[in-house]
Design a protein around this ligand. Structure first.
Ligand SMILES: N[C@@H](CCC(=O)N[C@@H](CS)C(=O)NCC(=O)O)C(=O)O
Length: 196
């Protein structure tokens, strides 16, 4: 199979970390692309020209990070990214993480492509609040420090904030989340996919 991704996309990073956790990294063809440059190879496999896009061994294109993880989990169940005994918690944490990522990415896009001040309006304020209140929720209930999907997605979300919103200083007032992150960030799946 083949994965199309950029080195900075947090959505793609969730898939890349999942491939490493499942030891599928080496059986995957890696295509680093810039989705914003209308890359011809990416357009061919995904008319929306977005990353991540996974092309299966049968030549089927799967888009949307969590659908790709669903495919990986169903096809290669071991090790489990969504452990049966903690399914609801892990999916709940994954949703919180994607909420932070969506809010961060949309704010960035508003700054880059929107009219002046687009990130400061009502929507911008809602997205900023989403990030802060979700961080506070995670501070009171950090995920388990393993390699499940919830932990990977939360770590990816936090490191995306470090990468794009360093001024936010999310660690201030959040000691439990800070400690949790220090521990989980050491996993190969995360240390090998740090955005750059
Ligand atoms: N919901 C999608 C979001 C994917 C996404 O927005 N990817 C961005 C990069 S972070 C992209 O490819 N943007 C290019 C575009 O929207 O044209 C997912 O979970 O995979």
């Amino acid at each position: 199979m083949d994965l199309y991704y950029s080195l900075t996309s947090p959505y793609a990073r969730i898939v890349r970390a999942s491939l490493i956790e499942k030891q599928l990294h080496d059986r995957t063809g890696h295509h680093v692309v810039d989705p914003w440059s209308d890359d011809a190879g990416l357009m061919q496999v995904n008319p929306a020209t977005r990353v991540p896009t996974l092309v299966t061994d049968d030549g089927v294109s799967i888009t949307e990070s969590l659908l790709i993880v669903h495919f990986l989990e169903a096809t290669w169940p071991d090790p489990e990214l969504i452990p049966q005994g903690r399914r609801a918690q892990v999916l709940g944490q994954t949703g919180l993480a994607v909420g932070i990522i969506d809010a961060g990415v949309q704010t960035l896009l508003a700054k880059r492509f929107g009219p002046e001040g687009a990130d400061q309006g009502v929507l911008g304020q809602r997205r900023a609040r989403t990030i802060t209140s979700t961080l506070d929720r995670l501070e009171s209930q950090p995920p388990e420090a393993g390699g499940d999907l919830g932990a990977l997605a939360v770590a990816v979300a936090l490191q995306y904030l470090d990468f794009r919103y360093a001024d936010l200083a999310w660690r201030e007032q959040r000691p439990a989340l800070t400690r949790w992150h220090e521990q989980v960030a050491r996993r190969d799946s995360l240390s090998e996919t740090v955005p750059r």
